[in-house]
Design a binder for this molecule. Structure first.
Ligand code: HEM
Length: 150
């Protein structure tokens, strides 16, 4: 084979459709890699400021309106007679969230018995719960006290 024939068959090889596609693909990947190095990372949107605290006690009936569905969007839940403002955990407790059933409700019994359901009665003294269930409710109370929502 002459030198000229060898060169032209190499060139034919290089310009075959499959190789051209591969070359363009590699160039495209290189472009993406280089571009990603120059892109500035957008800072995450700052969290909305916390709502002013509600300094008041309320009945179970009054609590009901704080289920996150009104324009203010505040979400309160009660555990062991303590009312927690969980508005910042709206993705859990807000309308459509997995734990929306606790919003605006006394959640003590549900949390104690592992049922996602708020109390339906005006006052539930939970005196029928077992020691283990009461302990579970206490653990949830501690978790809400320690959570960064407030
Ligand atoms: C198959 C059952 C369940 C699964 C897989 C599950 C899973 C989860 C997950 C992944 C989270 C989010 C944790 C995070 O991102 O911080 C969460 C949060 C939560 N879960 Fe469940 N869960 C289940 C059952 C329950 C039950 C039965 C209850 C209560 C009765 C419950 C109460 C909660 C509450 C209150 C939160 C929110 C905690 C917070 O405010 O940070 N979950 N769950």
């Amino acid at each position: 084979m002459s030198e000229q024939e060898a060169t032209s068959s190499l060139w034919d090889e290089f310009t075959s459709p499959v190789n051209l596609i591969l070359v363009f693909f590699i160039l495209y990947l290189l472009y993406k890699i280089v571009k990603s190095h120059f892109e500035t990372i957008e800072p995450a949107a700052p969290a909305p400021p916390p709502m002013p605290k509600l300094q008041k006690d309320m009945t179970v009936a009054e609590l009901r309106k704080y289920d996150g569905s009104d324009p203010e969007g505040r979400v309160l839940i009660a555990v062991n007679n303590i009312i927690f403002d969980v508005t910042r955990g709206k993705r859990f407790y807000g309308p459509g969230g997995p734990y929306a059933a606790f919003a605006g409700r006394d959640a003590t019994r549900g949390l104690a018995t592992q049922q996602v359901a708020g109390s339906e009665v005006e006052y539930d003294d939970v005196s029928d719960l077992s020691p283990d269930e009461l302990a579970a409710a206490k653990e949830w109370e501690e978790q809400f006290k320690g959570t960064t929502y407030f």
